[in-house]
Design a protein around this ligand. Structure first.
Ligand code: ARG
Length: 459
Protein backbone atom coordinates (compact mmCIF):
# COMPACT_ATOMS: atom_id res chain seq x y z
CA UNK A 1 0.00 0.00 0.00
CA UNK A 2 1.45 3.39 -0.97
CA UNK A 3 2.02 5.93 1.81
CA UNK A 4 0.08 8.53 -0.07
CA UNK A 5 -3.04 6.57 -1.15
CA UNK A 6 -5.77 8.83 0.32
CA UNK A 7 -6.04 11.27 -2.55
CA UNK A 8 -6.02 8.58 -5.25
CA UNK A 9 -8.92 6.65 -6.74
CA UNK A 10 -6.92 3.97 -8.48
CA UNK A 11 -3.52 2.36 -8.01
CA UNK A 12 -0.23 2.86 -9.83
CA UNK A 13 0.32 1.05 -13.13
CA UNK A 14 3.04 -1.54 -13.21
CA UNK A 15 4.99 0.56 -15.70
CA UNK A 16 4.73 3.58 -13.38
CA UNK A 17 6.05 1.44 -10.56
CA UNK A 18 8.99 0.45 -12.75
CA UNK A 19 9.97 4.04 -13.39
CA UNK A 20 9.12 5.32 -9.93
CA UNK A 21 10.19 2.70 -7.41
CA UNK A 22 13.63 3.07 -5.87
CA UNK A 23 13.50 0.17 -3.40
CA UNK A 24 15.53 -2.07 -5.76
CA UNK A 25 18.52 0.24 -5.20
CA UNK A 26 17.87 2.45 -2.15
CA UNK A 27 17.58 -0.69 0.01
CA UNK A 28 21.33 -0.22 0.61
CA UNK A 29 20.34 2.63 2.93
CA UNK A 30 18.06 0.50 5.12
CA UNK A 31 20.29 0.73 8.15
CA UNK A 32 20.71 4.51 7.81
CA UNK A 33 16.97 5.00 7.30
CA UNK A 34 16.22 3.11 10.50
CA UNK A 35 18.91 5.00 12.41
CA UNK A 36 17.34 8.29 11.28
CA UNK A 37 13.90 7.06 12.31
CA UNK A 38 15.08 6.13 15.79
CA UNK A 39 16.44 9.65 16.28
CA UNK A 40 13.27 11.14 14.84
CA UNK A 41 11.10 9.12 17.24
CA UNK A 42 13.19 10.35 20.17
CA UNK A 43 12.86 13.94 18.95
CA UNK A 44 9.07 13.54 18.62
CA UNK A 45 8.85 12.17 22.16
CA UNK A 46 10.90 15.06 23.54
CA UNK A 47 8.64 17.45 21.65
CA UNK A 48 5.59 15.85 23.29
CA UNK A 49 4.23 14.36 20.07
CA UNK A 50 4.79 10.75 21.16
CA UNK A 51 4.43 9.31 24.66
CA UNK A 52 7.45 7.64 26.24
CA UNK A 53 5.75 4.28 25.80
CA UNK A 54 4.98 4.89 22.12
CA UNK A 55 8.54 5.98 21.51
CA UNK A 56 9.90 2.90 23.22
CA UNK A 57 7.69 0.59 21.19
CA UNK A 58 8.81 2.33 18.02
CA UNK A 59 12.44 2.21 19.02
CA UNK A 60 12.40 -1.45 19.90
CA UNK A 61 10.64 -2.35 16.61
CA UNK A 62 13.10 -0.20 14.70
CA UNK A 63 16.07 -1.78 16.50
CA UNK A 64 14.77 -5.22 15.59
CA UNK A 65 14.47 -4.12 11.97
CA UNK A 66 17.98 -2.67 12.06
CA UNK A 67 19.42 -5.93 13.33
CA UNK A 68 17.70 -7.70 10.44
CA UNK A 69 18.91 -5.06 7.97
CA UNK A 70 22.50 -5.35 9.20
CA UNK A 71 22.28 -9.15 8.95
CA UNK A 72 20.91 -8.88 5.39
CA UNK A 73 17.68 -10.55 6.47
CA UNK A 74 15.11 -8.05 5.16
CA UNK A 75 13.15 -9.45 2.23
CA UNK A 76 13.06 -6.53 -0.19
CA UNK A 77 12.34 -8.69 -3.22
CA UNK A 78 8.96 -9.74 -1.83
CA UNK A 79 7.94 -6.13 -1.11
CA UNK A 80 5.89 -3.90 -3.38
CA UNK A 81 6.81 -0.76 -1.40
CA UNK A 82 8.05 2.19 -3.39
CA UNK A 83 11.24 2.99 -1.56
CA UNK A 84 13.25 2.19 1.56
CA UNK A 85 11.41 4.84 3.58
CA UNK A 86 8.00 3.35 2.76
CA UNK A 87 9.38 -0.13 3.36
CA UNK A 88 10.51 0.68 6.89
CA UNK A 89 7.34 2.60 7.75
CA UNK A 90 5.14 -0.20 6.38
CA UNK A 91 7.02 -2.75 8.48
CA UNK A 92 6.42 -0.61 11.58
CA UNK A 93 2.72 -0.19 10.84
CA UNK A 94 2.49 -3.90 10.23
CA UNK A 95 3.91 -4.56 13.66
CA UNK A 96 2.61 -1.66 15.76
CA UNK A 97 -0.55 -0.49 13.95
CA UNK A 98 -1.46 3.12 14.87
CA UNK A 99 1.76 3.73 16.79
CA UNK A 100 3.66 2.95 13.58
CA UNK A 101 1.42 5.42 11.77
CA UNK A 102 2.62 8.21 14.10
CA UNK A 103 6.32 8.09 13.20
CA UNK A 104 6.08 10.25 10.07
CA UNK A 105 4.65 13.22 12.02
CA UNK A 106 6.43 16.41 10.95
CA UNK A 107 8.75 14.52 8.63
CA UNK A 108 8.88 14.13 4.85
CA UNK A 109 10.66 11.60 2.71
CA UNK A 110 12.47 14.63 1.33
CA UNK A 111 14.35 15.42 4.53
CA UNK A 112 14.50 11.70 5.26
CA UNK A 113 16.22 10.73 2.01
CA UNK A 114 18.64 13.65 2.26
CA UNK A 115 19.55 12.48 5.79
CA UNK A 116 19.83 8.80 4.90
CA UNK A 117 22.02 9.48 1.90
CA UNK A 118 24.34 11.73 3.90
CA UNK A 119 24.70 9.04 6.54
CA UNK A 120 25.41 6.48 3.81
CA UNK A 121 27.99 8.70 2.09
CA UNK A 122 29.64 9.46 5.43
CA UNK A 123 30.03 5.78 6.25
CA UNK A 124 31.57 5.13 2.88
CA UNK A 125 33.95 8.06 3.24
CA UNK A 126 35.35 6.23 6.28
CA UNK A 127 35.71 2.86 4.55
CA UNK A 128 37.08 4.37 1.34
CA UNK A 129 39.57 6.38 3.36
CA UNK A 130 40.91 3.08 4.70
CA UNK A 131 40.99 1.63 1.16
CA UNK A 132 43.04 4.55 -0.18
CA UNK A 133 45.37 4.28 2.79
CA UNK A 134 45.93 0.60 1.95
CA UNK A 135 47.04 1.56 -1.57
CA UNK A 136 49.48 4.09 -0.10
CA UNK A 137 50.82 1.37 2.16
CA UNK A 138 51.31 -1.04 -0.75
CA UNK A 139 53.12 1.65 -2.76
CA UNK A 140 55.42 2.32 0.20
CA UNK A 141 56.06 -1.39 0.65
CA UNK A 142 56.92 -1.78 -3.04
CA UNK A 143 59.30 1.19 -2.72
CA UNK A 144 60.87 -0.35 0.41
CA UNK A 145 61.40 -3.71 -1.33
CA UNK A 146 63.25 -2.04 -4.22
CA UNK A 147 65.13 0.91 -2.74
CA UNK A 148 68.11 0.56 -5.07
CA UNK A 149 66.17 0.01 -8.28
CA UNK A 150 66.52 2.58 -11.06
CA UNK A 151 64.03 2.74 -13.92
CA UNK A 152 63.81 5.01 -16.95
CA UNK A 153 61.75 8.15 -16.34
CA UNK A 154 59.65 9.16 -19.34
CA UNK A 155 58.21 12.25 -20.94
CA UNK A 156 56.19 11.77 -24.13
CA UNK A 157 56.81 8.05 -23.46
CA UNK A 158 60.40 8.66 -24.56
CA UNK A 159 63.17 7.82 -22.13
CA UNK A 160 63.98 11.15 -20.49
CA UNK A 161 66.00 10.84 -17.27
CA UNK A 162 66.60 7.87 -14.99
CA UNK A 163 64.75 7.82 -11.66
CA UNK A 164 64.56 5.55 -8.64
CA UNK A 165 61.62 3.15 -8.77
CA UNK A 166 60.81 4.33 -5.24
CA UNK A 167 60.48 7.86 -6.63
CA UNK A 168 57.80 6.59 -9.00
CA UNK A 169 55.99 4.92 -6.08
CA UNK A 170 56.20 8.10 -4.01
CA UNK A 171 54.75 10.18 -6.85
CA UNK A 172 51.56 8.13 -6.64
CA UNK A 173 51.65 8.30 -2.84
CA UNK A 174 51.39 12.12 -3.20
CA UNK A 175 48.35 11.76 -5.48
CA UNK A 176 46.56 9.35 -3.14
CA UNK A 177 47.37 11.58 -0.17
CA UNK A 178 45.52 14.37 -1.94
CA UNK A 179 42.59 12.00 -2.55
CA UNK A 180 42.53 11.33 1.18
CA UNK A 181 42.51 15.01 1.99
CA UNK A 182 39.70 15.57 -0.53
CA UNK A 183 37.69 12.87 1.26
CA UNK A 184 38.37 14.58 4.58
CA UNK A 185 37.27 17.96 3.19
CA UNK A 186 34.11 16.47 1.78
CA UNK A 187 33.24 15.01 5.15
CA UNK A 188 33.59 18.37 6.88
CA UNK A 189 31.33 20.10 4.32
CA UNK A 190 28.65 17.42 4.12
CA UNK A 191 28.30 16.67 7.81
CA UNK A 192 25.12 18.69 8.42
CA UNK A 193 21.76 17.16 9.23
CA UNK A 194 18.69 17.82 7.04
CA UNK A 195 16.18 16.11 9.39
CA UNK A 196 13.58 18.59 10.62
CA UNK A 197 13.46 20.40 7.27
CA UNK A 198 10.20 18.65 6.38
CA UNK A 199 9.15 18.56 2.74
CA UNK A 200 10.79 21.93 2.05
CA UNK A 201 9.65 24.54 4.55
CA UNK A 202 10.57 23.15 7.96
CA UNK A 203 8.22 21.54 10.46
CA UNK A 204 5.61 22.88 12.85
CA UNK A 205 6.53 20.40 15.60
CA UNK A 206 9.07 21.75 18.10
CA UNK A 207 11.76 19.09 17.57
CA UNK A 208 15.28 19.84 18.74
CA UNK A 209 17.23 19.83 15.48
CA UNK A 210 20.56 20.28 17.26
CA UNK A 211 19.95 17.18 19.37
CA UNK A 212 18.92 15.14 16.31
CA UNK A 213 22.04 16.26 14.44
CA UNK A 214 24.28 15.42 17.36
CA UNK A 215 22.72 12.04 17.92
CA UNK A 216 23.27 11.10 14.29
CA UNK A 217 26.90 12.21 14.43
CA UNK A 218 26.45 15.39 12.38
CA UNK A 219 28.34 18.56 13.28
CA UNK A 220 25.21 20.69 13.03
CA UNK A 221 21.75 20.86 11.45
CA UNK A 222 21.46 22.20 7.87
CA UNK A 223 20.63 25.91 8.16
CA UNK A 224 18.03 26.25 5.43
CA UNK A 225 15.20 23.80 4.87
CA UNK A 226 14.95 24.43 1.11
CA UNK A 227 18.66 23.82 0.67
CA UNK A 228 18.64 20.83 3.00
CA UNK A 229 16.17 18.85 0.88
CA UNK A 230 17.50 20.01 -2.51
CA UNK A 231 21.24 19.82 -2.11
CA UNK A 232 23.09 16.92 -3.65
CA UNK A 233 26.52 18.65 -3.69
CA UNK A 234 27.79 16.04 -1.26
CA UNK A 235 27.08 13.29 -3.78
CA UNK A 236 28.67 15.30 -6.58
CA UNK A 237 31.76 15.88 -4.45
CA UNK A 238 32.00 12.20 -3.65
CA UNK A 239 31.73 11.40 -7.36
CA UNK A 240 34.42 13.96 -8.14
CA UNK A 241 36.78 12.62 -5.47
CA UNK A 242 36.14 9.08 -6.72
CA UNK A 243 36.70 10.16 -10.34
CA UNK A 244 39.97 11.88 -9.50
CA UNK A 245 41.18 8.90 -7.53
CA UNK A 246 40.11 6.49 -10.28
CA UNK A 247 42.04 8.70 -12.72
CA UNK A 248 45.08 8.27 -10.45
CA UNK A 249 44.53 4.51 -10.34
CA UNK A 250 44.27 4.45 -14.12
CA UNK A 251 47.66 6.12 -14.41
CA UNK A 252 49.27 3.65 -12.01
CA UNK A 253 47.61 0.93 -14.09
CA UNK A 254 48.81 2.34 -17.40
CA UNK A 255 52.41 2.69 -16.19
CA UNK A 256 52.37 -0.87 -14.89
CA UNK A 257 50.77 -2.29 -18.02
CA UNK A 258 53.63 -0.76 -19.97
CA UNK A 259 56.31 -1.86 -17.45
CA UNK A 260 54.85 -5.37 -17.65
CA UNK A 261 54.88 -5.48 -21.46
CA UNK A 262 57.29 -7.77 -23.28
CA UNK A 263 58.86 -4.65 -24.78
CA UNK A 264 59.71 -3.09 -21.40
CA UNK A 265 59.99 -6.20 -19.23
CA UNK A 266 60.52 -4.16 -16.05
CA UNK A 267 58.18 -6.16 -13.89
CA UNK A 268 56.12 -9.31 -13.56
CA UNK A 269 52.62 -9.36 -12.13
CA UNK A 270 51.41 -12.07 -9.80
CA UNK A 271 49.42 -14.98 -11.25
CA UNK A 272 46.61 -14.11 -8.83
CA UNK A 273 45.88 -10.79 -10.57
CA UNK A 274 46.36 -11.76 -14.21
CA UNK A 275 44.52 -13.98 -16.65
CA UNK A 276 45.35 -16.19 -19.60
CA UNK A 277 44.13 -16.28 -23.16
CA UNK A 278 41.61 -18.86 -24.31
CA UNK A 279 43.58 -19.21 -27.54
CA UNK A 280 47.22 -18.22 -26.99
CA UNK A 281 48.78 -20.45 -24.36
CA UNK A 282 51.73 -18.13 -23.69
CA UNK A 283 49.65 -15.13 -22.63
CA UNK A 284 49.48 -13.65 -19.13
CA UNK A 285 47.33 -10.58 -19.42
CA UNK A 286 47.22 -7.63 -16.99
CA UNK A 287 43.40 -7.67 -16.77
CA UNK A 288 43.23 -6.27 -13.23
CA UNK A 289 45.17 -3.20 -14.35
CA UNK A 290 43.16 -2.84 -17.54
CA UNK A 291 39.95 -2.86 -15.52
CA UNK A 292 41.34 -0.26 -13.10
CA UNK A 293 41.86 1.85 -16.21
CA UNK A 294 38.63 0.82 -17.93
CA UNK A 295 36.25 1.36 -15.02
CA UNK A 296 37.02 5.08 -15.12
CA UNK A 297 34.45 5.31 -17.91
CA UNK A 298 31.44 4.46 -15.77
CA UNK A 299 32.70 6.42 -12.74
CA UNK A 300 33.31 9.63 -14.73
CA UNK A 301 29.95 8.97 -16.40
CA UNK A 302 28.17 8.95 -13.03
CA UNK A 303 29.68 12.32 -12.11
CA UNK A 304 28.62 13.80 -15.44
CA UNK A 305 25.21 12.20 -15.20
CA UNK A 306 24.39 13.68 -11.79
CA UNK A 307 25.69 17.10 -12.79
CA UNK A 308 23.31 17.06 -15.74
CA UNK A 309 20.44 15.75 -13.59
CA UNK A 310 20.88 18.56 -11.05
CA UNK A 311 21.41 21.32 -13.59
CA UNK A 312 18.53 23.75 -13.71
CA UNK A 313 16.32 21.84 -11.23
CA UNK A 314 13.94 24.28 -9.56
CA UNK A 315 13.90 24.39 -5.77
CA UNK A 316 13.06 22.34 -3.87
CA UNK A 317 12.75 18.52 -4.18
CA UNK A 318 12.02 17.00 -7.59
CA UNK A 319 11.81 13.31 -8.37
CA UNK A 320 14.68 13.73 -10.83
CA UNK A 321 16.84 13.67 -7.72
CA UNK A 322 16.08 10.02 -7.11
CA UNK A 323 18.53 9.48 -10.00
CA UNK A 324 21.33 10.48 -7.60
CA UNK A 325 21.68 7.00 -6.14
CA UNK A 326 22.47 4.30 -8.66
CA UNK A 327 25.54 6.03 -10.08
CA UNK A 328 26.83 6.84 -6.60
CA UNK A 329 26.28 3.31 -5.31
CA UNK A 330 28.01 1.85 -8.36
CA UNK A 331 30.86 4.35 -8.08
CA UNK A 332 31.49 3.53 -4.43
CA UNK A 333 31.52 -0.21 -5.28
CA UNK A 334 33.81 0.16 -8.28
CA UNK A 335 36.22 2.52 -6.54
CA UNK A 336 36.40 0.16 -3.57
CA UNK A 337 37.08 -2.84 -5.82
CA UNK A 338 39.74 -0.97 -7.79
CA UNK A 339 41.52 0.26 -4.65
CA UNK A 340 41.55 -3.27 -3.25
CA UNK A 341 42.84 -4.84 -6.46
CA UNK A 342 45.49 -2.11 -6.75
CA UNK A 343 46.92 -3.22 -3.39
CA UNK A 344 46.95 -6.84 -4.54
CA UNK A 345 48.72 -5.95 -7.79
CA UNK A 346 51.30 -3.82 -6.00
CA UNK A 347 51.89 -6.44 -3.33
CA UNK A 348 52.44 -9.16 -5.92
CA UNK A 349 54.65 -7.30 -8.36
CA UNK A 350 58.21 -8.43 -8.91
CA UNK A 351 60.58 -5.88 -10.30
CA UNK A 352 63.30 -7.05 -12.69
CA UNK A 353 65.92 -4.64 -11.34
CA UNK A 354 68.67 -5.63 -13.80
CA UNK A 355 66.39 -5.10 -16.79
CA UNK A 356 65.20 -1.75 -15.36
CA UNK A 357 68.76 -0.58 -14.90
CA UNK A 358 69.71 -1.64 -18.42
CA UNK A 359 66.75 0.25 -19.91
CA UNK A 360 67.43 3.31 -17.77
CA UNK A 361 71.01 3.46 -19.05
CA UNK A 362 69.83 3.37 -22.67
CA UNK A 363 68.25 6.09 -24.78
CA UNK A 364 70.93 8.72 -24.06
CA UNK A 365 69.18 9.57 -20.83
CA UNK A 366 72.49 10.97 -19.55
CA UNK A 367 72.54 13.73 -22.19
CA UNK A 368 71.26 16.26 -19.63
CA UNK A 369 74.18 15.28 -17.38
CA UNK A 370 76.59 16.17 -20.17
CA UNK A 371 74.94 19.57 -20.65
CA UNK A 372 75.04 20.19 -16.87
CA UNK A 373 78.72 19.08 -16.83
CA UNK A 374 79.50 21.71 -19.45
CA UNK A 375 77.74 24.36 -17.34
CA UNK A 376 80.23 23.38 -14.61
CA UNK A 377 83.00 24.13 -17.14
CA UNK A 378 81.70 27.65 -17.68
CA UNK A 379 79.69 26.94 -20.84
CA UNK A 380 76.27 28.66 -20.99
CA UNK A 381 73.52 26.02 -20.64
CA UNK A 382 72.01 26.67 -24.07
CA UNK A 383 75.43 26.11 -25.69
CA UNK A 384 75.99 23.03 -23.52
CA UNK A 385 72.59 21.71 -24.62
CA UNK A 386 73.60 22.15 -28.25
CA UNK A 387 76.98 20.41 -27.71
CA UNK A 388 75.31 17.51 -25.89
CA UNK A 389 72.83 17.23 -28.77
CA UNK A 390 75.67 16.93 -31.25
CA UNK A 391 77.32 14.30 -29.05
CA UNK A 392 74.04 12.31 -29.11
CA UNK A 393 74.00 12.53 -32.91
CA UNK A 394 77.56 11.22 -33.02
CA UNK A 395 76.63 8.33 -30.67
CA UNK A 396 73.60 7.46 -32.81
CA UNK A 397 75.89 7.51 -35.82
CA UNK A 398 78.34 5.12 -34.17
CA UNK A 399 75.59 2.96 -32.67
CA UNK A 400 76.88 3.34 -29.13
CA UNK A 401 76.09 5.10 -25.84
CA UNK A 402 77.48 8.56 -25.04
CA UNK A 403 79.85 7.11 -22.44
CA UNK A 404 81.23 4.67 -25.04
CA UNK A 405 82.51 7.46 -27.32
CA UNK A 406 86.27 7.96 -27.02
CA UNK A 407 87.46 11.26 -25.55
CA UNK A 408 88.86 12.28 -28.92
CA UNK A 409 85.37 12.15 -30.48
CA UNK A 410 83.95 14.16 -27.61
CA UNK A 411 86.71 16.74 -27.77
CA UNK A 412 86.23 17.10 -31.51
CA UNK A 413 82.78 18.45 -30.65
CA UNK A 414 83.87 20.54 -27.65
CA UNK A 415 87.30 21.10 -26.16
CA UNK A 416 85.59 21.79 -22.82
CA UNK A 417 85.00 18.06 -22.42
CA UNK A 418 87.73 16.29 -20.46
CA UNK A 419 88.48 12.85 -19.04
CA UNK A 420 86.47 13.71 -15.90
CA UNK A 421 83.27 13.56 -17.96
CA UNK A 422 83.08 9.75 -17.80
CA UNK A 423 82.10 9.37 -14.10
CA UNK A 424 79.45 12.06 -14.71
CA UNK A 425 77.93 9.90 -17.44
CA UNK A 426 77.44 6.92 -15.13
CA UNK A 427 73.79 6.11 -14.43
CA UNK A 428 73.89 6.47 -10.64
CA UNK A 429 75.78 9.77 -10.86
CA UNK A 430 73.00 11.55 -12.72
CA UNK A 431 70.30 10.11 -10.52
CA UNK A 432 72.05 10.96 -7.27
CA UNK A 433 72.95 14.48 -8.44
CA UNK A 434 69.24 15.30 -8.14
CA UNK A 435 69.63 15.73 -4.45
CA UNK A 436 67.19 18.59 -4.15
CA UNK A 437 63.92 18.46 -2.20
CA UNK A 438 61.47 16.45 -4.33
CA UNK A 439 64.26 15.05 -6.53
CA UNK A 440 65.15 11.47 -7.34
CA UNK A 441 68.53 11.01 -5.59
CA UNK A 442 68.92 7.99 -3.34
CA UNK A 443 69.28 10.24 -0.30
CA UNK A 444 66.21 12.36 -1.04
CA UNK A 445 64.05 9.39 -1.96
CA UNK A 446 65.06 7.39 1.12
CA UNK A 447 64.30 10.37 3.34
CA UNK A 448 60.90 10.86 1.69
CA UNK A 449 60.13 7.16 1.95
CA UNK A 450 60.88 7.04 5.67
CA UNK A 451 58.88 10.20 6.22
CA UNK A 452 55.87 8.64 4.52
CA UNK A 453 56.26 5.37 6.43
CA UNK A 454 56.30 7.39 9.63
CA UNK A 455 53.19 9.34 8.55
CA UNK A 456 51.45 6.06 7.86
CA UNK A 457 52.22 4.81 11.35
CA UNK A 458 50.53 7.92 12.77
CA UNK A 459 47.29 7.32 10.82
N1 ARG B 1 12.76 7.70 -3.26
C1 ARG B 1 12.86 9.12 -3.19
C2 ARG B 1 14.30 9.55 -3.58
O1 ARG B 1 15.15 8.71 -3.61
C3 ARG B 1 12.58 9.57 -1.80
C4 ARG B 1 11.94 10.90 -1.69
C5 ARG B 1 10.58 10.90 -2.28
N2 ARG B 1 9.91 12.13 -2.03
C6 ARG B 1 8.83 12.46 -2.66
N3 ARG B 1 8.31 13.58 -2.33
N4 ARG B 1 8.34 11.77 -3.62
O2 ARG B 1 14.54 10.69 -3.87
Amino acid sequence: MALWGGRFESGASSMFKQVNDSLPFDQVMASQDIQGSISWSRALAKAGVLTEDEQQQLESALSELKAKADAGELDFAASSEEDIHSFVEAALIDKLGDIGRKLHTGRSRNDQVATDFRLWVREHITSLHADVLAVIKSLLNAASRHQEAIIPGYTHLQRAQPIHFAHWCLAYVEMFKRDLSRLDDLKVRMNQCPLGSGALAGTTFPVDRHAIAEELGFDSPCLNSLDAVSDRDFVLELLFVASTSMMHLSRVAEDMIFYNSGEAGFLQLGDSVTSGSSLMPQKKNPDALELMRGKCGRVFGSLQSLLVTMKGLPLAYNKDMQEDKEGAIDTVNQWHICLCIATEVLDSLQLNEARCREAAAQGFSNATELADYLVGKGVPFRTGHDIAGRVVLQAIDKGCAIEDLPLSDLQAISDKIEEDVYPVLQLEFGVNQRNILGGTSKETVTKALYQELENLDKQ
